[in-house]
Design a protein around this ligand. Sequence first.
Ligand code: HEM
Ligand code: SF4
Length: 601
Amino acid sequence: MYQYTEFDKQFVRARAAQHRDQLERWQAGHLSDDEFKPLRLQNGWYVQRYAPMLRVAVPYGEISAPQLHVLATIARDFDTPDAALLAEAQATQNKIVGLAPQLTTNYGHFTTRQNVQYNWIPLSKSAEVMDLLATVNMHGIQTSGNCIRNTTTDELAGVAVDEVVDPRPYAELIRQWSTLHPEFAFLPRKFKIAITGASEDRAAIGWHDVGLQMVKNAAGEVGFKVLVGGGMGRTPVVGSQIRAFLPWNQIMNYLEAVVRVYNRWGRRDNLYKARIKILVKAEGQRYFDEVETEYQEILTKDGALHTIAQAEFDRINACFVSPALDLPSMTDEWLAKAEADISIEAAKNSAFARWIVQNVVLHKNPALRAVKLSFKRIGQAPGDATADQLDAAAALVRQFSAGEARVTHTQNLLLPWVRLDQLHALWLEAKALGLAQPNIGLLTDMIACPGGDYCALANARSLPLAAAITERYQDLDELNDLGHIDFHISGCINSCGHHHSGHIGILGVDKDGKEWYQITLGGSDGKVLSGAAVPGKVVGPSFSSFEVPDVIEAILNTYKELRQPVFGRHEYFIETLRRVGQDPFKSAANGARHPTEAHTT
Ligand code: HEM
Ligand code: SF4
């Protein structure tokens, strides 16, 4: 994985020291709350429903074992409210009419944008936490505010079998270009870039302000397909293609033009119309033309300032060498024996067999596999990792994956460098830690935002629904029978839980101070199994939290009744839905309403 330079390390340490100074000045009354707010936000310190929320950047999701250990220490020693605050929060949550509240403490939360969040750290401890993070080159820079946020990428970047180009050096170049870019510190709104170098889009690029897909042209030259103007929120829009092929070394010049025109033309008068998607929707070709004009000017007048020199690319690329793995000479015999040993273990133990199918992914190197640790299990919110689990995960990462892991878009951890002959040993250890649920890609591998248990913007809680559905679908045979389903929950229209792209999406809405949920069907993030990125369609009037689990069950039962065999398996949920349309699912959902609930539209 990428190693920060001395400059980067010094920069992160200086940021931590600067934050300490700002905190102390605020504590001493020299800075008002209003003056301190933008300063803390620039380091990822929000204040939420009950407590501050810290967002820690994990550039393109790559994380090391020592970093995971530090995240564990922060969860253990700092992610704790004082008793009175916790009691108050619990009492307030208990008053909500609906499913049981889900407040817990001492954990880190993996997010869809490959970062990590904490929900309980007191601001008074924030300087200590920043210092700790800086010991492993971590920080919260550009995890908040109207700037270019963490660039996300394919969790399998650098190891995927379908990879055309490794996107990580480009993600790193974009990180360096965008970090503290003086012109782009106050954009009309936040700006999110995702990049993939594989033929399958596992980075949801269509749902980003800019989505980049690395391709090769007929001459074998590397370049980018560029999408612009994707985003969720109350107006879900899939990005439009602005360039079919941009030579790789022009990406910075081009992004400069894309963001510059947005900065100039984007709406600053209305928060809900400020994202680039609204500009692209409103201006269409005019925006594209202006970007082209700007790009040409950057190439001529500005002297193509950001053209990536080959030597610079080579320097960055050299930092992404595969780890020195202790691999035996990989003969055909070795591979055959390792595979045979796995088959023997799989025949003895169906749980291991399932895990191999669901959680283990092929690797560019046939002697290796990428393995997903599942952070979706009963009793814990999706993506939450306790301090002990973070420590344990760090130990697994060190022992089995050359010290490197990835935070995934679906809020799990991926180990990219696991030896084929160590899969069984890894499974045994991960299982003992409760991180080997063979549910990757299945219903319970759901995405959920923190919702109304923590988030001050929420209309409704997400986590009680996640818990209820997880409890209801514990039977692995049933889960497997339901097959691949993307199930996404957001607590409000800001769409942090990506409900628009769920095959089944749930959105918290608020009416008369009560929690209600809209259900959408048929969304896609752009993965092969889901088809081209598209927002789901709302099923009808909203449901109460008590109804939602029954409604989901009714929808899934309808799927089981209607699905047909295809390619030697049965259709996945999304395939049946696309074939038969929404109506049968709509009727099933409405039929599952509780007669006593008054429904909202
Ligand atoms: C409790 C803390 C959080 C707050 C206050 C918050 C706030 C917001 C807001 C206001 C937006 C909409 C911005 C806009 O469209 O202009 C947003 C978008 C987003 N958030 Fe969060 N968020 C929080 C936590 C999270 C978490 C935990 C995740 C991941 C699980 C997440 C992922 C996202 C994503 C992916 C978007 C972009 C959706 C889009 O394309 O429009 N957020 N967030
Ligand atoms: S979707 Fe809404 S409720 Fe959920 S984290 Fe984002 S802002 Fe909060």
